[in-house]
Design a protein around this ligand. Structure first.
Ligand code: PMV
Length: 306
């Protein structure tokens, strides 16, 4: 039996605007992950994914099922004949919560299949297949989720452009707080698109402002300017609220983090639920975590961005 995994991710800056060609910054989050175990089966390809209540033979899944798409794309790319397999998918990444659960399943599956069949797939190949599955999850994805997870490194991402990374001058602490509410990215992205089409000047302007915030945030990360970075996070949240992708639960957690010493806070990912992130000094990690839990966060994960 082989085991492979893929981390979760957070978007530090730029979600939604990235769909319109603006830059965004995302980093892997190793504290949460999807794990895939693959062994020889007896008949067909059997998938067990208890997190999404899936226990089925691959052939019975719709062609548009993202797991089926990834596995069939793997066999097509590699020209390996299909054999009987038993595949188990488990994950500590909450579903539909902005932490990249869908992309992590795709990347973990592809890493697992390439290990099982002893062939090398490049990160680019894994990324390309995972992107096709993202289209099923998201409709019109920017590709940021699959990219940051497939390459396992921080990215300064612009759709359809060569991958850029960045250096972190002063490592910084991020708390990731889960509202416990799952929300479909596809719906939020579709709603933002409707707003932009209805009023391109007003909403296009928010999207451009987010792009400028992201570009300044990259400079702050490279220069170690954490106070300014926090302020940019909060400005990014204001713009996201105007795009209608925040929610009362996210707002409560963001306000809580800010009133207990966070340097900045915003939602992360598709929004409307899912997770928010707060930039905190090392000295306030414990206090802010406790307050977030008191304010209703279902879980708080601490990660250090280096
Ligand atoms: O999958 P999520 O919820 O982390 O959202 C991805 C980020 C969006 O910008 C909202 C969509 C996209 O495709 O970039």
């Amino acid at each position: 039996m082989i085991t492979a995994s893929a981390s979760g991710k957070i978007i530090l800056f730029g979600e939604h605007a990235v769909v319109y060609g603006q830059p965004a910054i995302a980093v892997p989050v190793e504290q949460v992950a999807t794990t895939v175990q693959i062994e020889q089966g007896t008949k067909g390809i059997w998938i067990d994914a208890p997190g999404i209540s899936l226990s089925a033979d691959l052939s019975t899944l719709a062609a548009t099922h993202p797991i089926k798409k990834v596995i069939l794309d793997f066999f097509e790319l590699t020209n390996i004949p299909q054999t009987a397999l038993k595949i188990q998918v488990t994950s500590t990444i909450p579903i539909a919560s902005g932490l990249g659960s869908g992309a992590a399943v795709s990347v973990a599956l592809l890493r697992g299949l390439s290990l099982f069949f002893k062939i090398t797939l490049t990160a680019e190949q894994i990324n390309a297949i995972a992107f096709e599955a993202e289209k099923i999850h998201h409709g019109t994805p920017s590709g940021i989720d699959n990219t940051v997870i497939a390459f396992s490194r921080p990215v300064y991402y612009i759709k359809n452009q060569r991958l850029e990374t960045f250096t972190v001058k002063r490592p910084f602490h991020i708390l990731i707080a889960d509202t416990g509410i799952s929300a479909l990215t596809k719906v939020a992205v579709g709603d933002v698109r409707a707003l932009v089409e209805r009023d391109p000047i007003v909403y296009g302007n928010w999207i451009e402002q987010i792009g400028q915030i992201v570009s300044s945030a990259k400079t702050c990360i490279e220069d170690g300017e954490l106070i300014e970075l926090g302020s940019l996070m909060t400005q990014n949240q204001t713009a996201l609220s105007h795009l209608t992708v925040s929610s009362p639960e996210l707002d409560t957690l963001i306000t809580t983090a800010m009133s207990h010493g966070a340097l900045g806070a915003k939602l992360s990912g598709g929004g409307r639920g899912g997770n928010c992130i707060a930039l905190v000094d090392e000295s306030s990690i414990e206090k802010v975590t406790a307050e977030l839990l008191k304010a209703g966060a279902k879980n708080v994960v601490h990660t250090l961005i280096t």
